[in-house]
Design a protein around this ligand. Structure first.
Ligand SMILES: Cc1cc2nc3c(=O)[nH]c(=O)nc-3n(C[C@H](O)[C@H](O)[C@H](O)COP(=O)(O)OP(=O)(O)OC[C@H]3O[C@@H](n4cnc5c(N)ncnc54)[C@H](O)[C@@H]3O)c2cc1C
Length: 394
């Protein structure tokens, strides 16, 4: 234990993963200084433990950290291959190691205190927040806490799916991948009974690529199931696995639920990352919202304001996602059909901006119109009835 617990700071980051790393980097970017910062996490994140894929405008300070980026991506179904031109956006791939390194650099510059034990309860008296360890000992007293520890939603969702996946980083001795062609979603994979599956390919160069199998649905696979699915997808791509080496394996499970994630549980505690609702329920994409909120937090602190970001997504998007999840879960609409229509009937930029939660109500209406209307209407009514029942029960 640190000799002088509790540590007194202006800002405590409880949880030091993706969301907190982006906040630290943003504090640096906005030139915040003189702020006393503590990071409480039993694990000091380093190295490669995940790969973030996201879209956005090029030209920010993440650009030098990217492993690759693409101005076109493919969406593939049994019916054919659509090439989506993303201009002015680009699809980008960021491995975790440079993000954690950037955060560590920012920590050093801010002279932040690292506390490598798990945090337990937070006690917020409205003026300061005390961060305790699981045995109730005070670790930190902070003006504000940004809490990104993984947690369940406040109430179970009416639909609770998971995005679960396994990826192989494949290395080849000779040119095997097309560096220019990233596959965003390839729905030719065998579809599960409930849910939707797809593969994707993110090439770093012609000899090294991330090939991944993903499912959106209620049930996880077992270990052999993911390997089988990935081997099947590699076959579909015409890859000869005997000639390739699996350099790294990347597994993940991300919540896809309309259960509410509380972003402000008490006056001086702000939740960020997946715990704060940054994961888009209909896709599992999280990174762009975390990045946006990190920037807002740092901007606020630089201006001497409370570090409270705008909600990760507008309420109407969360409602649309609840309806879509319900329609997919209850079989009102097929997963492949849903995504096919979304990409067929909207310009790619609109779909991507919608999924990031930054479209206008008029654009949202256009997206709504492009979805299979009748079954979705059934889901809307079912969703309203579900809400009413839940409210009556409460
Ligand atoms: C393998 C993988 C790949 C992903 N790829 C993408 C992607 O391509 N695009 C995208 O948009 N999203 C992606 N995501 C989703 C999301 O972006 C990541 O999960 C992201 O890391 C979430 O950040 P976070 O800070 O919410 O959680 P985490 O990064 O998981 O950080 C949580 C932190 O809390 C710490 N912690 C836990 N308990 C305690 C405690 N008691 N006290 C203190 N600290 C604690 C943990 O040690 C951890 O460091 C991916 C997720 C995974 C798992």
């Amino acid at each position: 234990m640190h000799a002088s617990f509790p540590v007194d700071v202006d800002l405590a980051l409880v949880g030091g993963g993706g969301a907190a790393s982006l906040v630290l980097a943003a504090l640096d970017r906005h030139g915040v200084s003189g702020l006393r910062v503590a990071v409480v996490d039993p694990v000091h994140k380093r190295g490669q433990d995940r790969t973030w894929a996201f879209w956005g405008l090029p030209g920010d300070d993440l650009d030098p950290l990217l492993s690759a980026s693409w101005s076109q991506v493919d969406v593939v179904t049994a019916a054919g291959r659509r090439v989506l031109t993303l201009n002015p956006l680009r699809y980008a791939m960021l491995r975790s190691a440079p993000v954690y390194d950037r955060a560590a650099e920012a920590e050093r510059r801010l002279d932040a205190v690292r506390i490598s034990v798990p945090a337990g309860d937070l006690h917020d008296d409205g003026q300061r927040v005390t961060v305790r360890d699981p045995d109730g000992r005070d670790l930190v007293r902070a003006g504000w806490v940004l809490d990104s520890r993984p947690r369940r939603p406040k109430r179970p969702g009416r639909t609770s799916w998971l995005q679960h996946f396994r990826g192989w980083w494949l290395a080849a001795d000779r040119p095997t991948f097309d560096r220019q062609r990233a596959v965003l979603m390839d729905f030719r994979t065998p579809q599960p009974e409930r849910g939707v599956s797809f593969g994707y390919v993110l090439p770093v160069d012609d000899r090294f690529a991330l090939v991944e199998y993903t499912e959106f649905g209620p049930e996880l696979l077992d270990d052999a199931g993911y390997d089988r699915a990935l081997r099947g997808y590699a076959d579909l791509l015409g890859l000869d696995l005997t000639a390739l080496r699996v350099r790294e394996v990347e597994d993940g499970v991300i919540p896809m639920t309309d259960g509410p994630f509380e972003s402000r549980p008490s006056p001086r505690v702000v939740r960020l990352g997946t715990a704060g609702g940054a994961t888009r329920p209909s896709t599992g994409f999280t990174f762009s919202a975390m990045l946006r909120q990190a920037d807002q937090v740092a901007q606020a602190l630089a201006a001497g304001r409370p570090p409270v970001p705008a909600p990760a997504y507008p309420g109407r998007h969360l409602w649309m996602d609840a309806v879509a999840l319900r329609a997919l879960d209850r079989g009102h609409v097929g997963g492949v059909e849903f995504f096919e229509r979304l990409f067929d009937r909207n310009p790619p930029e609109r779909v991507l901006r919608f999924l990031d939660g930054v479209t206008s109500p008029a654009e949202d209406l256009a997206v709504m119109r492009s979805s299979p209307l009748l079954p979705m209407t059934g889901a809307v009514l079912g969703d309203a009835a579900g809400r009413l029942r839940a409210r009556l029960r409460r």
